[in-house]
Design a protein around this ligand. Structure first.
Ligand code: FES
Length: 213
């Protein structure tokens, strides 16, 4: 685990969980390619830079954020910045154990090359549609500088890539459900559910989608 926090209670909790689970604890970036859970404070400013730093060093890392004082707006901002999961500081231990257990199973670090980066270079919004093993059809978007993949619409399965995009929200072309592109959050029905949202990143001239659950 790469720990990006100085909060004494968090350091104690993270150290305890690492000792219990046999995971190494890094205070500086681990070597590239190390399967890793990154634990960071998700309540400060500069979250996009922080996420960029982590993804630049370890694109497949599972980025777990904590908040000392949970606030719904700040929570949403952290998810939009690219954290994989955000928890309150009090709930950190169980979430960290789960993330490390998934990592040990190999379930937290899989990714799949979806296309060549040059195929979508310089474009924004909807980029392409693709089949990803284990995930089915996904639509790749570039929104606010971030790459994300959305699954098909949870209402009746329409692909979302052909939908209209307005202020970071895509409208399903079939019956009009609306979803936040960066989080998959349902903004309007008829869908009753959020859409599956997977992070993606560019490395080695290819675009990779994170396929972990
Ligand atoms: S399939 Fe998307 S709203 Fe019906």
């Amino acid at each position: 685990m790469w720990l990006l926090a100085d909060d004494a209670a968090v350091v104690r909790a993270a150290t305890r969980v690492c000792v219990e689970s046999g995971a190494g604890l890094y205070r500086t970036p681990p070597p590239s390619g190390t399967p890793c859970v990154v634990l960071a404070d998700a309540s400060g400013n500069g979250l996009a830079d922080l996420v960029g730093q982590v993804r630049g060093a370890l694109p497949e890392a599972y980025l777990l954020g904590f908040m000392a004082t949970p606030d719904p707006g700040a929570w949403r901002e952290a998810e939009r910045a690219g954290f994989d999961e955000v928890v309150s500081r009090g709930a950190l231990g169980p979430s960290l154990r789960r993330a490390l257990a998934r990592l040990a199973d190999g379930g937290a670090v899989r990714s799949y090359a979806i296309c060549d980066a040059q195929d979508v270079a310089g474009r924004i919004g909807f980029l392409l549609e693709a089949e990803v093993p284990g995930m089915g059809k996904v639509s790749l978007f570039r929104e606010q500088g971030r790459l994300v993949c959305l699954g098909t619409c949870p209402h009746q399965g329409a692909p979302l890539g052909r939908g209209e995009i307005e202020e970071g929200v895509v409208t399903c072309p079939a019956h009009g459900s609306r979803f936040d592109i960066l989080t998959g959050e349902r903004v309007r029905g008829p869908s009753d559910f959020d859409v599956a949202c997977h992070g993606a990143y560019e490395q080695g001239g290819r675009i990779w989608v994170l396929t972990r659950p």
